[in-house]
Design a protein around this ligand. Sequence first.
Ligand SMILES: Nc1ncnc2c1ncn2[C@@H]1O[C@H](COP(=O)(O)OP(=O)(O)OP(=O)(O)O)[C@@H](O)[C@H]1O
Ligand SMILES: [Mg+2]
Length: 170
Amino acid sequence: MLFGLYPKESRKELFGRDDVIDYIKRQIHAGNWVVIAGQRMIGKTSVVKVVLNELASEGFRTMYVNLQGVDSLKTLLKIMVNEANRSSLFRDIDASVNLNIGPLGITIRKGARPMPTLLEFLLSIRRDTVIALDEVQDLASASPQLLKILGNAYSSNPRIRFILTGSYVA
Ligand SMILES: Nc1ncnc2c1ncn2[C@@H]1O[C@H](COP(=O)(O)OP(=O)(O)OP(=O)(O)O)[C@@H](O)[C@H]1O
Ligand SMILES: [Mg+2]
């Protein structure tokens, strides 16, 4: 279905995006973070999904999180922990203060505060991992702490890369 409404997941379904896909992948391989900004429906999510699929086959752990409607760090943390458990990313994570890591996956300790716990989660990732936060403007405007967490992760954990996607209305 060529003009389906869903974001595309493979390069051959996307027209005219080879250059941008290759550019983003080069940046990620070089250890850089990438921001993709653009109008609605221009293909941001599709580009991100294709990039993640290709990077996964090149040895990266990948995680896609859609932040649409996510208005707190607590919710983001829950989504990330669920995703980590689903994709077995948790096997690469060290036990820590706020997170329990058992044979079945990660659980958040009772009473753990979202900000230090999210940071701890990001800092404890030990393998090359790419996390895409789609529609990041929704949470970034609701929670300035998100930018602090990302800044800390950037300077403290070279194993982790983020691709941030945002929309603006033209
Ligand atoms: N280069 C392209 N080739 C083929 N289909 C495309 C291309 N770019 C976008 N599309 C199609 O257009 C629609 C919107 O794409 P997508 O959801 O990736 O865009 P978006 O920028 O993330 O949109 P939104 O702002 O709604 O999040 C999808 O159906 C997608 O398959
Ligand atoms: Mg999108």
